[in-house]
Design a protein around this ligand. Structure first.
Ligand code: PLP
Length: 435
């Protein structure tokens, strides 16, 4: 019998990794205070805790203003609207991201145009973004992910050259800094998610940050049914919606911000150990260093796997069975994703003023496809919240699978199971998720 757990052997890790989410002691009292108060959130806007949190969060990232919203997708929609995106405007997004980044563009009336990623950072490639610019382009959404930032200096320069708005999708980088500048503070607006897997969470939630008062006023009106912002210096009146957050969520988020520095430091420390350990294992590659990173944020630890005989998906399936929660198809190229089946009849901006509707069948982003289908291995952040022994288990399991690749190459390919399925399809067959 093989040593590999996927082939009947014993798993390297049999006890669970640290739990996520986690809360701080002060949350309970804050939640009780909200519960006993008559103010559970929503209108009147802004509420006290939501306001306190938004201000503190924006300041932590070096932005002047923050406004909480219902979730990260809505944060992007609102940011796009506040940046002036209108029906039919093109917005450049990286092909390697959560489908919601591109869906938000559609919801805002725009047309997502996909660009490829940089092979070192897995974030938007500046030259690919440059090639995607047309006369209809109005904005770029860099998505900072895989423990790295998009090359913001070059992107901001490109945007300035073409008069484009920049909206940073910061769903993976709460607290991160690039050359001393906080995530979300470099572009016109930054959008964050507080969905339950994120490194700050209230179960759901989101925030838009900006240093532009005109944009901040618009954001406040858009999320609050069009009501005037608190300052109302620009006197803009818009049709808004209800995208508000509750005081219960804000009560939790204050605690999340409080614990962020300590948890981030722990992840960074463990990630550094893991990178050193992985660098010693042939066939896997820790992420290349990014000198511009001045404060790391780790939502997933992402490394590369390369082998000519065994697929990345089978490697991931084997690693998972060793007791290390992980994924390969965490993201697919959005233009090929089952969660992004775009019908131009549903989004008329894809047809208006064009002889042929925009479609995504011909999109090809080679680096994204390689990352998504061949090489990227995503480890959830909570694996790095514990002790050094956890990291040893991860590296030990990776090393074990790598030394048995010949057995995997000869194994039944069906063993790959859900790891070769898109995330859209998995809920049908998964009875539980280990992360
Ligand atoms: C890169 C990225 N953008 C946007 C979102 C959307 O956030 P939410 O799930 O809170 O709507 C997510 C989160 O899933 C994300 O990972």
């Amino acid at each position: 019998m093989s040593d590999l757990a996927i082939l009947g052997g014993n798993a390297v890790r049999t006890h669970p990794f640290p739990q996520w989410p986690r809360h701080v002691p002060g949350d309970r009292a804050r939640l009780e205070t909200v519960l006993e108060s008559t103010n559970w959130g929503g209108y009147p806007f802004p509420n006290q805790l939501a306001n306190d949190f938004a201000g503190a969060f924006a300041a932590y990232h070096g932005a002047k203003y923050g406004c909480c919203v219902a979730n990260g997708t809505i944060a992007l929609v609102v940011a796009l609207q506040a940046a002036g995106i209108k029906f039919g405007d093109e917005v450049i997004v990286p092909a390697y991201t959560w489908d919601g980044t591109a869906a938000a563009v559609l919801f805002a009336g725009g047309i997502p145009v996909f660009a490829d990623i940089d092979s070192d950072t897995y974030c938007l490639d500046v030259e690919s973004a440059r090639r995607a610019i047309t006369t209809r382009t109005r904005a770029i959404i860099p998505v900072h992910l895989a423990m790295r930032f998009a090359d913001m200096d070059a992107l901001l320069e490109l945007a300035a050259e073409h008069n484009l708005a920049v909206i940073e999708d910061c769903a993976h980088v709460h607290g991160g800094e690039y050359k001393g500048r906080g995530a979300g503070s470099m572009g016109d607006l930054g959008a964050f998610s507080f969905q339950s897997s994120k490194i700050m969470t209230a179960g759901e939630g989101g925030i838009v940050i900006t240093s532009r008062l005109d944009a901040f006023e618009l954001v406040q009106s858009i999320v609050n049914c069009g009501r005037a912002s608190v300052t109302d210096q620009y006197k803009r009146r818009v049709i808004g919606s209800n995208y508000r957050i509750t005081e219960f969520q804000a009560a939790i988020l204050l605690g999340q911000l409080e614990q962020l520095p300590e948890l981030a430091a722990r992840r960074v420390r463990n990630a550094a150990i893991l990178s050193r350990r992985l660098a010693q294992i042939a066939g896997v590659y820790p992420p290349a260093p990014q000198p511009a990173l001045t404060r790391e944020a780790i939502y997933n630890y992402v490394f590369r796997f390369r082998d000519s005989e065994v697929s990345r998906d089978l490697f991931v399936a084997a690693l998972d069975r060793e007791g290390i929660p992980c994924d390969g198809r965490f993201y697919e190229p959005v233009y090929r994703s089952d969660l992004f089946r775009v019908n131009p009849d549903d989004f008329p901006q894809l047809k208006a003023g064009r002889s042929q509707p925009v479609h995504y069948n011909d999109c090809r982003c080679a680096v994204t496809e390689r990352a998504a289908y061949e090489e990227a291995v995503w480890l959830p952040q909570f694996l790095l919240l514990g002790e050094e022994q956890d990291v040893e288990d991860i590296a030990g399991a990776v090393g074990k699978v790598m030394t048995h690749l010949d057995e995997l190459a000869a194994a039944d390919p069906q063993l790959v199971g859900v790891k070769s399925m898109s995330r859209a399809e998995r809920p049908r067959v998964e009875t539980h998720r280990n992360y």
